[in-house]
Design a binder for this molecule. Sequence first.
Ligand code: HEC
Ligand code: HEC
Ligand code: HEC
Length: 138
Amino acid sequence: MLHRHLIPSVPLVISLFFAAICLAAAQEAPKDPVIIGAPAGAKIKKPKVAFSHAKHAALQCEACHHMLKKNPEVYSCSSEGCHDLATPTSSEERKSIAYFRNAFHANSKASCNGCHKSRKKEGKPAGPTACKGCHTVK
Ligand code: HEC
Ligand code: HEC
Ligand code: HEC
C-alpha cells in the first residue's frame, strides 16, 4: 500500500519543486502605469504612452512579453535583438517588426493596437485605437 502511494508521488514532488523555482524567478507586474520605452537613438515625435498592467490583468504575461519563455529576465520591448530598430533606412526596414513603432501598432495579437482593433471588430471590450487614446503623456 505504502509503495503504491509513494511511487506516483515522486513526479509530483519534482514538478512542484520546478513550479516553485519558476514562481520565485518570475517578476511581478508593476502596480502603477509604466511609460513605455523606445530604443536608444529613437526620435520621439508623439506624446509618450503610459501602460497600465492593472487594466490588462486578465491577460497572460506572455500575451505581450511573448519571448518570456526564452528570455525570463527580459521585460523591455526594445531590448537588444527585439524591437530595437530606432530609425529605419529602407522600405523593408520600415515594414519590419524589429522597427519599434511597428511592434505597438502592427496587426498582430501581441501588439497594442493590433489586439485593440481585432477585439473591437469582434465587439469585445477593448482599449483605444485612436492615437490620442494611447499617446497621452506630454
Ligand atoms: C498587454 C500587454 C502586457 C501584459 C499582458 C503584461 N505586460 Fe508587463 N509590460 C508591458 C509593457 C508594454 C511594458 C513596458 C516595456 C518597455 O518599456 O519596453 C511592461 C513592463 C513590465 C515590467 C518592467 C517594468 C519596469 O518598471 O521596467 C515587468 C517586470 C513586467 N512588465 C511584468 C509583467 C508580468 C509579471 C506580467 C503578467 C502578470 C505582465 N508584465 C503582463 C506589457 C504587458
Ligand atoms: C491581447 C490584447 C491586448 C493587448 C496586446 C494590449 N491591450 Fe490594451 N486593452 C485590452 C483590453 C481588453 C482593454 C479593455 C480593458 C477593460 O475595459 O476592462 C484594454 C485597455 C487599454 C487601455 C484603456 C485602459 C487604460 O489603461 O486607461 C489603454 C490605454 C491600453 N489598453 C493601452 C495598451 C497599450 C499601450 C498596449 C501595448 C503595450 C496594450 N494596451 C496592449 C487588450 C489589450
Ligand atoms: C494602443 C495604443 C496606441 C495607439 C492607439 C497608437 N499608438 Fe503609436 N505608439 C504606441 C506605443 C506603445 C509606442 C511606442 C512607445 C513610444 O514611442 O512612446 C508608439 C509609437 C509611435 C510612434 C513612434 C515614436 C514617436 O513618437 O515618434 C509614432 C510615430 C506613433 N506611435 C504614431 C501613432 C499614430 C499616428 C497613431 C494613430 C493613428 C498611433 N500611434 C496610435 C501605442 C499606440
